[in-house]
Ligand binder design. Structure first.
Ligand code: NIG
Ligand code: FE
Length: 416
């Protein structure tokens, strides 16, 4: 199939974009691309590709932008229940970490998720996946972390694998058993850290090849934060995970600077995420590594806070910057990368082009898939969007509406 007559074909070619290279869209005016099955075979101008492939069935992009599907590299998309009542309390002035310390917040979702069957979890999650997909997310990372005990954490992983098999959204699971200290370990967080290191992670390492033989190992993530896991506990968990061969992620500096970003760089984590309270020193450490800095602007927005990820400092230091939604029932129930982007433009001062790179090729790097998705290049997977607009800058400029007209996932066409 030949998709032709794109006003702007954004190729994002050339791999992940460091520092001020961010925003290199590789635009082909009047662009076209050729797809066979689930793979991109050729990219060029409409004239070139029409001449080279005259007999190919065609799809007219109608003088609109064609670009890679969004990759959302940080979500907590599977859970049961909601926290609408907590939202009202936060509006009255009680903070997110205060609610967590009371046994609410994440722990409230842990209670509803622990009592949910796998099919109930999947049923509540499916509409969110379709919403993400229709807003243009073709691949998403997805964390566990509302079980905090082996059986429920594994049930969450099993549900994520099953939802991935249902498609069309591709899901990359992350084990976040270290999301909070479960109530039964409230006064002995080190014992829960031991449980993670000595029992849960080794069980996961054995469980995975049997239940997901065709998938790479999941990421292992830790919420390194006041009231969750301190730096030493985070280091122990991530070091153990690394010994077992898992790729690493970390929630660092969402509220307080505990040093999680430098730890991520030291342990060669795939990404360090949130990065709001990050020190200049830690930004330098991160930027000097291959760890992707993942900003989650829907989270400070969702918490009505004023401070966002210091993206300009990360770019000045030469870091790899990506953005994600952080979709979760507490801080940011946001399924839409097209909402994270305008926030990144306004509060992190990204240009629309930079926000697009951060939501495609760099977010693909944040899930170790930059060689398969995140750009439109021959040999890559045919995951792409046809927008309703002729100029890419509408992404970032506009918000609150869906600017995706058609999603193409692995070569299959899904009109909105
Ligand atoms: O990334 N901070 C920790 N985890 C999520 C929130 C999860 C929740 O509140 O349920 C986050 O913001
Ligand atoms: Fe998160």
């Amino acid at each position: 199939m030949l998709i032709h007559s794109a006003s702007q074909l954004l190729t994002l070619s050339g791999g992940p974009q460091r520092g001020h290279d961010l925003g290199s869209l590789g635009i082909i005016p009047d662009g076209a691309l050729l797809i066979e099955d689930e793979t991109i075979l050729a990219v060029g101008t409409t004239d070139e590709l029409r001449a080279a492939y005259p007999d190919e069935p065609t799809l007219d992009a109608g003088n609109k932008v064609v670009m890679p599907g969004f990759v959302d590299p940080h979500t907590h998309l599977i859970w049961a229940g909601d926290r609408a009542a907590e939202f009202e309390r936060r509006l009255q002035g009680i903070s997110y970490l205060e609610i967590l310390a009371e046994g609410g917040g994440i722990l409230s979702t842990v209670r509803t998720t622990r009592t949910s069957s796998m099919s109930k979890m999947m049923e509540e999650t499916r509409p969110r996946l379709w919403s993400m997909f229709s807003f243009g997310t073709t691949t998403a990372e997805a964390k566990t972390g509302y079980g905090l005990r082996t059986a429920t954490e594994l049930r969450m992983l099993q549900a994520l694998l099953a939802l991935n098999d249902e498609g069309p959204l591709e899901i990359l699971p992350t084990f976040l058993g270290a999301h909070a200290i479960p109530p039964e370990y409230r006064d002995r967080p080190d014992d829960y850290t031991d449980l993670l290191c000595d029992t849960m992670l080794p069980i996961l390492a054995q469980w995975w090849p049997h239940h997901a033989p065709y998938h790479p190992l999941p990421f292992v993530d830790v919420f390194c934060e006041t009231g969750a896991f301190d730096l030493e506990q985070s280091r122990r968990i991530l070091t153990r995970a690394r010994e077992l061969g898992f790729p690493l992620k970390i929630h660092a500096d969402e509220f307080d600077n505990l040093g999680g970003a430098a730890l991520a760089a030291e342990l060669d984590a795939v990404s360090a995420d949130h990065l709001v309270a990050t020190s200049q020193e830690d930004i330098q450490a991160l930027a000097g590594s291959d760890t992707v800095a993942v900003a989650l602007p829907a989270t400070p927005f969702g918490l009505a806070e004023q401070v966002y990820t210091p993206a300009q400092d990360i770019l000045d230091a030469g870091g790899l910057l990506a953005i994600a939604t952080d979709l979760n029932p507490g801080t940011a129930w946001c399924e839409n990368m097209q909402f994270a982007m305008p926030l990144a433009c306004r509060y992190m001062r990204l240009t629309p082009a930079q926000a697009i790179s951060a939501a495609t090729i760099n977010s693909a790097a944040a899930v170790q898939l930059a060689d398969r998705i995140g750009s439109l290049e021959p040999g890559k997977q045919a995951d792409l969007l046809i927008l309703t607009v002729p100029d890419y800058r509408h992404l970032g400029y506009r918000f609150g509406a869906n600017l995706v007209q058609t999603v193409v996932k692995k070569g299959h066409i899904y009109p909105n």
